[in-house]
Ligand binder design. Structure first.
Ligand SMILES: [Zn+2]
Ligand SMILES: [Zn+2]
Length: 81
């Protein structure tokens, strides 16, 4: 077990995403640039975004999580998890 806390993971994931939603789901209704797939919504670290685990119920790790804006997070299967 590492001593990495969920807040550490949240910070690292935020640094990776650069303040931009990482959602690339094709079925998602998020805004995207022409020809692109990634959501164009942005947020501040203290703003409205969610640390979303790629596998529901798994541990919070940097590689196992993505930064999603609130609207994209609502469209994931494990919303609330
Ligand atoms: Zn989004
Ligand atoms: Zn999305």
């Amino acid at each position: 077990m590492s001593l990495t806390t969920r807040e550490d993971v949240r910070l690292k994931v935020y640094q990776r995403c650069g303040g931009r939603c990482e959602c690339v789901r094709s079925h998602c209704q998020h805004p995207r640039v022409v020809g692109g797939s990634r959501c164009t919504r942005t947020f501040s670290y203290d703003g409205k975004w969610e640390l979303h685990r790629l596998t529901a119920g798994s541990e919070y790790t940097v590689s196992g999580c993505e930064a999603l804006c609130v609207e994209c997070h609502k469209q994931t299967q494990s919303y609330g998890g």
